[in-house]
Design a protein around this ligand. Structure first.
Ligand code: NAD
Ligand code: MG
Length: 395
C-alpha cells in the first residue's frame, strides 16, 4: 500500500491525483493533503479521503477547516503555514509525495520530500527549474526517487531505459518536447497584445490551473519544460528540441543514434502520467479513455515561432546560461503572469518584463539554496519595478 501526501490537493493536478487514487482504495492511502486557501474544498477532500493531516496556508481558513472537521467527527489534524508544508512532505508515515503546488511556493516542500527520501512525483516544475541540481542532489542523498508528472517528461521517461535522475541515457541523439501551441497558435501576432486573461486561460486541449495556462499561451511553459528535461534526463542544451503538435496526442519523443524514434501517445488527460508515476513500475487503470487514432485521423507537427512567442526564446537563452538564470527567468515570469492575470500588464509585456529583468541581473553560480532564493527575490523586485514603471519607461 502506497502512503501518499498530496501538496496542492485542491488544484488541477491535485484533484486528478485524488480521482486516480479513489479508483484504487486497495493500493493507496492518503496521509496528508495540503492547499493554500480554499478550506471548504479541502474539508470535502478530507471527509472523502480521511488523511492523518491537512495543511492550509490561510490561518482563518485553517480554523474553519478544523471546526468543520470536528463537527463531522473527523480525526484529521489541521496544521497551518509554510513550515507545516515541509513537515507534511517529510512525514514518517508517507512514502510518496505528489508535489503539485504551483510556482516557487512549492520549492521548500518539494526539497523536503526529496531530502526525506520519498518517491517525489514532480508536477511542480518551477521547483526543479529554480533549484536545478540541488533538487537532484537532494533526491540522491535522500535515497528516494523523482518521477515526472509533466506529460512530456513522463512520456520521455517512458521512452528511455531505466536510469537515475540527471544521468544521461546512452545512445540518445535528441529529445523532442511536444507543445500544443496554446490558444494563440493561429492568432495574428499584432492581436496578441490585446488578449484577455480569460482567453489566455482557455486552453484548447488541457484543463489546467491559471498560471500554467498563461505559461502555455506564451510558450514559457515549454521553455520551463526544456530546462526541466535537461535536468531530469542529463541532456545537453542543444539536444532538446521543441515541436508544436496541436492535437496533443504525442506527448514527446526520444530519438536514438541508430535512427529509432520512440514516442508516447495518449489522450490529453493528466490522469495518465499521474497513474503511471503513482504505480510505477506497474500499470493501473486511470479512468482515461482509449486513444482512437482512426477518429483522430491527423497528427500535425510544426516548428515553433520564436518571434511571436518570445518567452520560448528567453527560456532557451536561460537554459544555455545556467547558474541562477533559470531561477531569475522563473521569478520574473511568475510576477509578470500574476500581473497579467490581475489586469495590470498586457500579454506581450510578459516577455518584455522578463527580458528586462534578465538584462539587469547577472547570472551567478548556484552553490547553495541561498543563492537560488537570493536570485529569486532580486528578480521579483526588479520585475515588480518594471511592471509599475510608467508606460514606455521600459518598453
Ligand atoms: P492549480 O493552480 O490548479 O493548483 C495549485 C495548487 O497549489 C492548489 O491546491 C493551491 O491551493 C496550491 N497552492 C498554491 N499556492 C500555494 C502556497 N503558497 N502554499 C501551499 N499551496 C499552494 O495548479 P495546477 O495546474 O494543478 O499546477 C500545479 C503544478 O503542476 C504547477 O507547477 C504546474 O506547472 C504543474 N503542471 C500542471 C499541469 C496541469 O495539467 N494542470 C500539467 C503539468 C504540470
Ligand atoms: Mg507539460
Amino acid at each position: 500500500m502506497r502512503q501518499l501526501v498530496i501538496l496542492g490537493s485542491t488544484g488541477s493536478i491535485g484533484r486528478s491525483t485524488l480521482d486516480v487514487v479513489a479508483r484504487h482504495p486497495d493500493r493507496f492511502r492518503i496521509v496528508a493533503l495540503a492547499a493554500a486557501q480554499r478550506w471548504e474544498e479541502l474539508l470535502a477532500q478530507c471527509l472523502a479521503h480521511r488523511p492523518d493531516v491537512a495543511v492550509l496556508m490561510d490561518p482563518d481558513g485553517a480554523r474553519a477547516l478544523a471546526a468543520g472537521l470536528k463537527a463531522a467527527g473527523s480525526r484529521t489534524e489541521v496544521m497551518v503555514g509554510e513550515g507545516a508544508l515541509a513537515e507534511a512532505a517529510s512525514l514518517g508515515a508517507a512514502d510518496t509525495v505528489m508535489a503539485a503546488i504551483v510556482g516557487a511556493a512549492g520549492l521548500a516542500s518539494t526539497l523536503a520530500a526529496a531530502r526525506a527520501g520519498k518517491r517525489v512525483l514532480l508536477a511542480n516544475k518551477e521547483a526543479l527549474v529554480m533549484a536545478g541540481r540541488l533538487l537532484l542532489e537532494a533526491v540522491a542523498t535522500g535515497g528516494g526517487e523523482l518521477l515526472p508528472i509533466d506529460s512530456e517528461h513522463n512520456a520521455i521517461f517512458q521512452c528511455l531505459p531505466p536510469g537515475r535522475p540527471g544521468v544521461a541515457a546512452k545512445g540518445v541523439r535528441r529529445v523532442w518536447l511536444t507543445a500544443s501551441g496554446g490558444p494563440f497558435l493561429r492568432l495574428p501576432v499584432e492581436r496578441l497584445e490585446h488578449v484577455t486573461p480569460a482567453e489566455a486561460c482557455a486552453h484548447p486541449r488541457w484543463v489546467m490551473g491559471r498560471k500554467i495556462s498563461v505559461d502555455s499561451a506564451t510558450l514559457m511553459n515549454k521553455g520551463l519544460e526544456l530546462i526541466e528535461a535537461q535536468l531530469l534526463f542529463g541532456l545537453a542544451p542543444g539536444s532538446v528540441e521543441v515541436l508544436v503538435h496541436p492535437e496533443s496526442i504525442v506527448h514527446s519523443l526520444v530519438e536514438y543514434t541508430d535512427g529509432s524514434t520512440l514516442a508516447q501517445l495518449g489522450n490529453p488527460d493528466m490522469r495518465t502520467p499521474i497513474a503511471h508515476a503513482l504505480a510505477w513500475p506497474e500499470r493501473i487503470e486511470s479512468g482515461v479513455e482509449s486513444l482512437d487514432l482512426v477518429r483522430q485521423g491527423v497528427l500535425r507537427f510544426e516548428a515553433p515561432d520564436r518571434v511571436k512567442f518570445r518567452c520560448l526564446a528567453l527560456a532557451e537563452g536561460a537554459a544555455r546560461c545556467g547558474g541562477t538564470t533559470p531561477a531569475i527567468l522563473n521569478a520574473a515570469n511568475e510576477v509578470a503572469v500574476a500581473a497579467f492575470l490581475g489586469g495590470r500588464l498586457n500579454f506581450t509585456s510578459i516577455a518584455t518584463v522578463i527580458e528586462r529583468v534578465l538584462e539587469r541581473l547577472t547570472a551567478a553560480e548556484v552553490a547553495s539554496l541561498e543563492d537560488v532564493l537570493g536570485a529569486d527575490a532580486h528578480a521579483r523586485r526588479l520585475a515588480s519595478e518594471a511592471i509599475d514603471a510608467p508606460a514606455g519607461a521600459y518598453a
